[in-house]
Design a protein around this ligand. Structure first.
Ligand code: GTP
Ligand code: MG
Length: 457
């Protein structure tokens, strides 16, 4: 394949920048733009996984000094010969070094082209390649861990296991269709195994489908709302969790009127957290609108932090809030705030109607870890998916849904003794799983995946 080159670090000022070249001729091409000073040997003599300090040149003139790292096929990211030139991190210098590489014969790389080559050269499967961009975009520790496991083959292995199981049933069915007489004695027993094994495959595909939601939560963050009566400490909690003074805090009731949003990392997960107006009878139209918005946000949120002032006995507003949230209790976490003050037992009892409360002081930060654990528990990702692999995007989910449907049809066909039909359905299921991990994905599907990438990756 032709040699390609691109700037692989962000095009911004920084300490260093890196220009990557990949292709059969990468090392010969690097030789035209890089003159090693230490160790003093030619680029062509450099072994894989070795580096040299030297001069970067363009049309015979010195551009910069830097470091060249050489990787020899197949032991490189792309599986091809790769040369990586690290120069000073100025935008102009970096562009000049790239221009030198292009003049030396490289074509500018398209978005994700290095990873696409890794895929085409068998270094990565399609789901592993998709995990690379997820890893780059990850905004929470949980999603980094999940994408890393995925990049290391967690989903690929799960799919391979499933494909192996489907293949073994299809092969037995095919043999039975070809030589029914030889298998006739065992017909009943074998059929029973096929039925139960196909059922197991359906169940595994169903389980796999459910991992999409956990993955989505880890990736996009969870939409969450902080609600409670005025002065319960909602904005203080928001500020504690975001680690900044995003929301205004005063002891005046009705301080927060509009919704204040912030993306907040909580333990392994990310919350798209909204600090809402306090629940009370509005004193003017603006506050009324704020309260209407809060009520809407309650419906659209996956998680509701219901804040109670633990230092005060329950008020009518606390009762009203509790009643309002009773029907949504599965997504409500009651939070008793102001634990630095003496706790009022009655308010704890009221909050317990919504579930086990997390007790916290937004003022001192005490109880923050307990709150993190309770949120993770409530969002159902305490035993999160990373190590076993998960469905990370709509494309993958679509393949699993189709595979599942075919497996179900195969099961139904087997139950009615329609062995031929079952065989074709199992083959169709297999084909969906091959598409999922790129073994049978069209060029169009693969291009669609790499469109999400940046140039240089
Ligand atoms: N002692 C103590 N005071 C707190 C705590 N959290 C908040 N406060 C105080 O309670 C008052 C109200 O805090 P806010 O965070 O503005 O309350 P809010 O629920 O956002 O109020 P509104 O925006 O008016 O609905 C302020 O004086 C805070 O300093 C806490 O954990 N302990
Ligand atoms: Mg507030």
């Amino acid at each position: 394949m032709d040699c390609i080159a691109a700037i692989s670090t962000p095009v911004a000022q920084g300490g260093i920048s890196m220009i990557r070249i990949s292709g059969e001729d990468a090392i010969r091409l690097a030789e035209k733009v890089f003159l090693p000073i230490y160790p003093k040997k030619s680029v062509g003599e450099m072994e894989g996984y070795s580096a040299a300090y030297g001069e970067i040149t363009r049309q015979g003139k010195k551009l910069d000094d830097g470091v060249l790292t050489v990787f020899r096929a197949p032991h490189s990211y792309t599986g091809e010969n790769v040369a990586e030139i690290t120069c000073h991190g100025g935008i102009l210098i970096t562009r000049r070094v790239l221009a030198a590489c292009i003049e030396a014969g490289a074509a500018p790389a398209a978005a994700g082209e290095f990873t696409k080559r890794a895929l085409l050269n068998g270094k990565l499967s399609l789901t592993e390649a998709e995990a690379v961009i997820d890893l780059i975009n990850a905004e929470s520790d949980g999603y980094i861990a999940a994408s890393k496991a995925q990049r290391d083959g967690a989903l690929r292995r799960r799919i391979e296991r499933l494909c192996g199981q489907i293949l073994s049933i299809s092969e037995e069915i095919a043999a039975w269709i070809d030589y029914p007489d030889e298998a006739a004695d065992e017909e009943e027993i074998v059929n029973a195994d096929w039925i139960s094994d196909t059922k197991k495959i359906c169940l595994e595909l169903e389980t796999l489908k459910t991992t999409f939601d956990s993955g989505k939560m880890l990736r996009e963050g969870i939409s969450a709302a902080i609600v409670g009566k005025p002065n319960a400490g909602k904005s203080s909690l928001m500020n504690l969790l975001s680690g900044s003074d995003t929301s205004i805090v005063t002891d005046i009731e009705g301080t927060t009127r509009d919704i204040i949003e912030e993306s907040v990392a909580l333990g392994d997960i990310r919350l798209r957290l909204a600090d809402c107006a306090g629940l009370r009878d509005a004193s003017d139209r603006a506050e009324e609108i704020g309260i209407e918005k809060m009520l809407k946000r309650l419906d659209s949120s996956r998680l509701i932090l219901a804040v109670f002032d633990g230092s005060q006995p329950p008020s009518d507003r606390d009762e009203r809030l509790t009643e309002l949230l009773m029907s949504k209790a599965d997504k409500v976490l009651p939070v008793i705030n102001k634990s630095d003050l003496p706790l009022c037992e009655d308010i704890v009892k009221l909050a317990e109607r919504l579930g086990t409360p997390a007790i916290i002081s937004a003022k001192t930060g005490e109880g923050k870890e307990e709150l993190e654990r309770a949120v993770t528990r409530l969002c159902g990702i305490q035993h999160s998916v990373p190590s076993e692999g998960f469905i990370a995007n709509d494309r993958q989910r679509d393949c699993v849904i189709r595979a599942c449907e075919h497996a179900r049809q195969a099961h139904t066909a087997l139950c009615s003794g329609m062995t031929d039909a079952a065989g074709s359905e199992l083959e169709a299921a297999l084909s969906c799983l091959y598409e999922l991990d790129g073994k049978e994905a069209s060029a169009e599907i693969i291009d669609g995946v790499f469109k999400r990438f940046c140039v240089g990756k």
